[in-house]
Ligand binder design. Structure first.
Ligand SMILES: [Zn+2]
Length: 143
């Protein structure tokens, strides 16, 4: 399984018998997998989305958006409880190129990616139950 290092963004091939959440990056020696959301940039967005074999939930947010602020702690909590998913954040004020290409029109928007493809998206503030239900529905679509 390929996992993109959450620290240096090198693609690591994790052997089947090894646990991805215990593997260290071959390049930077940091843990490859982070339970907390990975902050993406214009340079790291595409490789992270395209080269990871685990599904990824991306939070598109902005500092002026109060529903985004409210959802940030929930997003972190759901991420920490989901060891077979990757979570990432895009600050749409700083990373405008990615936000434009992803056609983000309202905030917050969550987008679920698998093997480089968008599976689904949902806009507006979600509570923990709503977020988990939406993620589960996305998982069912790729199962
Ligand atoms: Zn690394």
């Amino acid at each position: 399984m390929n996992i993109v290092c959450s620290n240096c963004f090198t693609t690591n091939r994790i052997p089947k018998e090894k646990k991805h959440n215990q593997a260290k990056c071959g390049k930077c020696q940091e843990p490859v997998y982070s339970l907390l959301p990975t902050v993406l940039t214009n340079n790291t967005f595409s490789p992270f989305i395209e080269r990871n074999d685990l599904p990824i939930v991306v939070d598109f947010w902005a500092s002026w958006c109060s529903p985004c602020q409210n959802m940030a702690a929930i997003f972190d909590k759901v991420a920490q409880g989901s060891p077979y998913l990757l979570f990432a954040k895009v600050n749409t004020e700083q990373i405008q190129k990615v936000a434009t290409e992803a056609r983000i029109r309202s905030l917050p928007t969550l987008v679920f990616f698998h093997q480089g493809e968008e599976i689904d998206r949902i806009s507006g503030g979600l509570n923990e139950v709503q977020m988990k239900q939406w993620i589960m529905a996305c998982m069912n679509k790729i199962a």
